[in-house]
Design a binder for this molecule. Structure first.
Ligand code: HEM
Ligand SMILES: *[C@@H]1O[C@H](CO)[C@@H](O)[C@H](O)[C@H]1NC(C)=O
Ligand SMILES: *[C@@H]1O[C@H](CO)[C@@H](O)[C@H](O)[C@H]1NC(C)=O
Ligand SMILES: *[C@@H]1O[C@H](CO)[C@@H](O)[C@H](O)[C@H]1NC(C)=O
Ligand SMILES: *[C@@H]1O[C@H](CO)[C@@H](O)[C@H](O)[C@H]1NC(C)=O
Length: 320
């Protein structure tokens, strides 16, 4: 090989490495520019969760919704403007709340290291923190995301619905580069939190022409939910915890699917379909396997759609 060829080969390798690292995330991204970052976020999230136990579940869900629409670019945090209805005001917005926690962390970070940390990275760190502080796994969050400038309520139509069957769930996740195992694993996020009646009551009455109640549901569980969610329902806050240990991150969610106690049709379907049942069974048997896979799938979800020409917002609710 001549020197020129060798040089060209080296250049090609170099260019490949450069283009690979562009838009790539790094666990040490803020080591020099904001070493206090993770401590500030963790303390803010922990403190908020002590005062409001709903915070962990809401932040985990916030991360999922953010990453599912336009990638993890903090589009979920932008407020609506007179000209634009933002994602957070899109139809399935019940219980994506607790935005103030991210605002708090951002305000502290703007003091400690001005105009450095993206809002998208704050959500990703906060999501890891709420899982770990609830008894789940801990992982190193990859950072270096940029914040987007676009947030559209109309795009929340691309979130999966609780009525989805397994084929629809697989399709929805595959559009974000997430496989069947990622889908079943991330659904385990429903080990935390709560659902309003509106998200599952179609399973309780007049379910189909053949069945008044969704037949995949445990009979007593369905009876209990009918009491929780009467028709008509005067209490707009009525609903059900997603598993029996809703503030603990564990594998109880999967154990409940095996006895017909999944709250959403989309949860219960995971046990009803041969393509996903074996994963549910494996996670119900082995919590450490679930934790290991959850870590991997959260990293994968968090790597999705990293923007190359986004910005670092000064205020997470408005574009700069
Ligand atoms: C597989 C498709 C999914 C569907 C169809 C779905 C649907 C829903 C629905 C309908 C609610 C209840 C909203 C309400 O009525 O208040 C909910 C809550 C929740 N979801 Fe999901 N979700 C899915 C995946 C995920 C993923 C991947 C995560 C995170 C890894 C997640 C985390 C949560 C959490 C933590 C809550 C509880 C929120 C709270 O307590 O405020 N979900 N989800
Ligand atoms: C913790 O929360 C309390 C009450 O909301 C607040 O006064 C305090 O400043 C918070 N501390 C941190 C570190 O966020
Ligand atoms: C939820 O979305 C509806 C529109 O579908 C909007 O009127 C409402 O203000 C939103 N709620 C929250 C808490 O953002
Ligand atoms: C899933 O739902 C879609 C849309 O309702 C339907 O076309 C499809 O046949 C269903 N697939 C399965 C396996 O039930
Ligand atoms: C169930 O469906 C029947 C016929 O479609 C209707 O008459 C009845 O009001 C429905 N019941 C409820 C609780 O929605």
């Amino acid at each position: 090989m001549g020197k020129a060829t060798l040089f060209a080969a080296a250049m090609f390798l170099f260019m490949t490495l450069v283009s690979l690292s562009e838009g790539e995330l790094d666990a040490h991204f803020y080591d020099l520019t904001c070493p206090q970052l993770e401590t500030i976020v963790s303390e803010t999230v922990r403190n908020a969760s002590i005062h409001d136990p709903k915070v962990p579940a809401r932040i985990l869900r916030m991360f999922f919704h953010d990453c599912f629409i336009r990638g993890c670019d903090a589009s979920i945090l932008l407020d609506s403007t007179p000209k634009n209805q933002a994602e957070k005001d899109g139809p399935p917005n019940v219980s994506v709340r607790s935005f103030y926690v991210i605002d708090d962390a951002k305000a502290k970070l703007e003091k400690a290291c001005p105009h450095t940390v993206s809002c998208a990275d704050i959500i990703a760190i906060a999501a890891r923190d709420v899982v770990a502080m609830s008894g789940g796994p801990y992982w190193n969050v990859l950072k270096g995301r940029k914040d987007g400038r676009v947030s559209k309520a109309s795009e929340t139509i691309n979130l999966p619905a609780p009525t989805f069957n397994v084929s629809q769930l697989i399709q929805s996740f595959s559009k974000r580069g997430l496989g069947v195992k990622d889908m079943v694993t991330l659904s385990g996020g429903h080990t935390l939190g709560f659902s309003h009646c509106s998200s599952f009551e179609a399973r309780l009455r007049n379910f189909s022409s053949l069945h008044d109640t969704d037949p995949s549901m445990n009979t007593e569980f369905a009876q209990g939910l009918r009491k929780t969610c009467p028709k008509p329902n005067k209490d707009p806050n009525a609903g059900q915890f997603l598993d029996s240990t809703a503030s603990v991150f564990d594998n109880d969610y999967y154990k409940r699917l095996m006895v017909g106690k999944g709250v959403f049709g989309s949860d219960q379907a995971l046990y009803g379909d041969y393509r996903t049942r074996w994963i549910v069974e494996a996670f119900a048997r082995d919590q450490s396997l679930f934790f290991k896979e959850f870590t991997a799938s959260m990293l994968k979800l968090g790597n999705g759609g990293v923007l190359e020409n986004g910005e670092v917002r000064l205020n997470c609710r408005v574009v700069n």
